[in-house]
Design a protein around this ligand. Structure first.
Ligand SMILES: NC(=O)C1=CN([C@@H]2O[C@H](COP(=O)(O)OP(=O)(O)OC[C@H]3O[C@@H](n4cnc5c(N)ncnc54)[C@H](O)[C@@H]3O)[C@@H](O)[C@H]2O)C=CC1
Ligand SMILES: O=C(O)C(=O)[C@H](O)COP(=O)(O)O
Length: 402
């Protein structure tokens, strides 16, 4: 069995080397001839699986993406060519939820909002939206969900309309990019929606750039009181419009889901799918590839309180994941390399954007999810605070002072 594997899939070769004959490729260089005699194509969202790419795919039987999003696969063409396809649904949901929580904690710290008196409007109540509700539930933060498909499918949670979402203090988007059907998400956030928002509101997009109409978004910043904006995703990646940078409070290179766990879970999922197709047992486990991390000492200021203070939470959580680090990296890398900020000199923006993503935290500051960390808490930490940390995903251990 011949497997063609995108080189951005972490541990892909280690997972698959005894499953088939593996060849890797870089998404920038793949051509239709690379697909000749290939049985399985395994990729991430950077490879666009179009009918053109598959012109010479004479043996291809299965295409799988180690990502949650699937809009880079031409599913109509794959179906009509009887090529099976799959994805790694939910692999990075927790990572994206932690990204959003980091933004919310910054918003609280800088007094843009009071987290405990705010409502988060979550658009899309799938894996990411639901992972985010778990974090918000842990902190008793209010939220509303908008997901007409889940509502129609009989999901018992309570759902609101987009008009209600437009009233929320924080609006965060977690839908797939879909251009057709009863509930398209392309340009879901359009001029009309943007005009309803004001400067007291925070708009976060960590799903797909096409969900916000970028022209309308840029135009919104020429009108009074635009919302505070956080963007992880863009139209036309990697050749993004850097004119957006100046309007973003935080801007990151499509890495919301790029925790170590989020990416390796994706590899584990496609490995299991490929083994199944090959009729082989999947013997490798996620834990074979994830190192343990040293415990994290958490010196709380208010350990005996019945509610975790936002200050104590920020001090702990931002040592685990801090979006400001990624924002700084992106602005520095792209501005240093291209002198951009105005969008006028973005000659190599695409290459730099791609490189930031490929090299994301490979050297230092590996990004692990809360679940990888054991917190060392003061011995007098209240049961309520211990529970909050546990609900956020941490393990906790009490230690005696001194
Ligand atoms: N920035 C990043 O690194 C990442 C981005 N993503 C993006 O986020 C999207 C969501 O991820 P998951 O939650 O894992 O996917 P999911 O498929 O589990 O959930 C998506 C939800 O959106 C809902 N939905 C679809 N159309 C809608 C509409 N018009 N209005 C409201 N809700 C609608 C669906 O019913 C579903 O419940 C992915 O499709 C992907 O494009 C996902 C992971 C990482
Ligand atoms: O899972 C998704 O959907 C995502 O957006 C991924 O985080 C994208 O990661 P890459 O495949 O582009 O590395």
């Amino acid at each position: 069995m011949k497997i063609l594997l995108e080189d951005t899939i972490p541990f892909g070769q280690h997972y698959l080397d005894d499953v088939g004959e593996v060849r890797t490729y870089a998404w920038q260089n793949i051509t239709p001839n690379d697909l000749i005699d290939i049985d399985i194509l395994a990729l991430r969202s950077t490879t666009k699986v179009t009918s053109e790419l598959l012109t010479n795919a004479n043996k291809l039987q299965f295409v799988t993406t180690a990502t949650a999003g699937t809009n880079h696969l031409d599913k109509g063409f794959l179906d009509s060519s009887a090529i099976a396809h799959s994805s790694a649904a939910g692999c990075n949901a927790v990572a994206v939820a932690e990204y959003v929580l980091s933004v919310l904690l910054h918003a609280h710290k800088t007094k843009k909002l009071d987290l405990y008196h705010s409502t988060v409007g979550i658009v899309g109540a799938g894996n990411v939206g639901t992972a985010l509700t778990r974090l918000l539930d842990a902190l008793s933060v209010n939220y509303m969900l908008c997901d007409p498909l889940k509502k129609e499918a009989g999901d018992k949670r309570s759902f609101v309309e987009m008009n209600d979402i437009a009233q929320c203090d924080i609006i965060t988007l977690h839908v797939p990019f879909v251009s057709e059907g009863p509930y398209p998400t392309e340009n879901l956030i359009d001029e009309g929606f943007l005009d309803k928002l004001g400067a007291h509101q925070l708009l976060i997009n960590a799903c797909r750039g096409e969900v916000i109409n970028e022209a309308a978004l840029l135009a919104r910043f020429n009108k009074p009181s635009p919302p505070v904006l956080v963007l992880d995703v863009f139209d036309n990646e990697p050749n993004i419009n850097t004119a957006l940078f100046d309007h973003c409070w935080f801007v990151t290179p499509h890495i919301a889901g790029h925790s170590v766990e989020g990416k390796v879970r994706g590899t584990q999922m496609i490995y299991e799918q490929i083994c199944e197709r090959a009729g082989l047992p999947a013997t490798k486990k996620l834990s074979d590839f994830l190192d343990s991390v040293p415990p994290l000492a958490a010196a709380l200021q208010h350990p005996t309180a019945t509610r975790l203070s936002v200050e104590d939470l920020i001090n702990v959580f931002h040592r685990v994941y801090n979006v400001a680090v990624d924002d700084n990296e992106m602005r520095t890398a792209i501005a240093d390399n291209d002198g951009v900020h105005s969008g006028d000199a973005g000659l190599n923006v695409g290459a730099h954007f791609a490189s930031l993503r490929k090299n994301y935290r490979v050297k230092d500051q590996e990004r692990r999810e809360c679940s990888a960390h054991t917190l060392l808490l003061p011995a007098n930490t209240s049961k309520e605070i211990q529970k909050t940390f546990k609900d956020l995903g941490f393990s906790a251990q009490l230690i005696q002072a001194g």
